[in-house]
Design a protein around this ligand. Structure first.
Ligand code: SF4
Ligand code: SF4
Length: 344
């Protein structure tokens, strides 16, 4: 059983989340991929560099969350050593994989050494997932997911909702229960990059309508939690009585790319307006008008960056008032199953 209303996961002052892209290379070419080599380079960070950068963001005596990303992070041959080094620096470590698990990851680390192993699946069957993520991807990803669960890893699944797969989201909870997955992260497709341009053959952009999102996603999340799966999904639209908060103004979130760019806001990642740059293994705050000048601004539409970078996301009424305020893209809601409530 779970509550009928989701809990909003507010930003906590002092919380630190490090999103480290070890490389931008990937074996897949998903149709909604947001990786942008012209902006983020094509380098694979050397292990020694990764360890120095991890020390830059670690805080003595305090925990932080580390999410290892790519491209495909398991293509990094030194991933097990990186995970171990991160744990010794008091990071809680998550690896976000497309499910191919290169370099025998499951045989080179133990479940005790990795906090979460996340798999991306965009459909409950090949006919939905593979047109988005690639031929045979469903079979490989789910086989490795089963192996990971069988070995005792803490697994989660990320489902990126778009117009291509929202009608199949409701079938995911049963599938995840069958696989033994502990956590389910539902994401909304961004408007940046390829999705923004849309695919004319499929009728334009992939963004789902607000009403459809609100009708479908919370209900699927609630059902998944009733099956014992801790489920998280973006808030997206603030209720009229809810306060707006910008994560970058409250918590320490750093989105780090192999070319040394460090952003505080993920919406800004396609533009050279990063707050920091790593130079000679030192973190340097950049001068000039960058993303960090905007975090304290307050507008009726909610997130300033959303208004600046993807204004087509906002609808106005006949009095020119926004119909919905857009929350910070990092604001999440969750349903915590009672049987797992100690995990929240
Ligand atoms: S697995 Fe991730 S990085 Fe690779 S193509 Fe797909 S979305 Fe991009
Ligand atoms: S998405 Fe908007 S609210 Fe969130 S960190 Fe970026 S600027 Fe701030």
């Amino acid at each position: 059983m779970s509550n009928t209303a989701p809990r909003t996961i507010g930003f906590k002052p002092g919380e630190r989340n490090i999103f480290l892209h070890l490389l931008t290379a990937c074996n897949l070419s998903c149709r909604h991929c947001y990786i942008n080599p012209p902006q983020h380079g094509t380098a694979t960070l050397a292990k020694e560099t990764v360890l120095k950068w991890l020390r830059l963001f670690a805080r003595p005596g305090k925990n932080a969350n580390l999410i290892l990303l790519g491209g495909e992070p398991t293509m990094h041959p030194d991933l097990p050593a990186i995970i171990r080094a991160a744990r010794s620096l008091r990071y809680t470590v998550t690896v976000d994989s497309n499910g191919f698990l290169f370099h025998d990851l499951l045989d080179r680390i133990t479940p005790d050494e990795l906090d979460y192993l996340s798999f991306s699946l965009d459909g409950p069957e090949p006919a939905v997932n593979d047109p988005i993520r690639g031929d045979q991807v469903f079979a490989t990803c789910t086989e490795n997911l089963r192996r990971a669960v069988g070995k005792g890893f803490n697994t989660s699944v990320i489902y990126t909702v778009s117009r291509l797969n929202i009608d199949h989201l409701h079938r995911m909870p049963e599938l995840l229960r069958e696989y033994g997955v502990r956590r389910f992260f539902i994401q909304v497709i961004g408007l940046r990059g390829k999705p923004a341009a849309g695919h004319p053959a499929e009728g334009g952009d992939w963004q789902v309508e607000p009403e459809q999102w609100l009708r479908v996603v919370p209900e699927v999340a609630r059902r998944a939690a009733e099956m014992g799966i801790h489920t998280t999904f973006p808030k997206v639209y603030l209720d009229p009585d809810e306060d707006f908060a910008c994560a970058a103004a409250v918590a320490d979130n750093f989105f780090i790319f192999p070319n040394g760019r460090v952003y505080q806001c993920p919406l800004c990642e396609d533009y050279p307006i990063h707050s920091f740059q790593i130079e000679n293994d030192r973190l340097i705050r950049r001068e000039g008008i960058n993303e960090d000048r905007f975090f304290a601004l307050s507008i009726p539409e909610g997130c300033v960056m959303n208004k600046l970078l993807q204004p087509e996301n906002i609808e106005y009424d006949e009095h020119n008032n926004p119909r919905h305020r857009i929350s910070c893209c990092l604001l999440k809601q969750e349903f915590v199953p009672q049987i797992n409530s100690h995990e929240s």
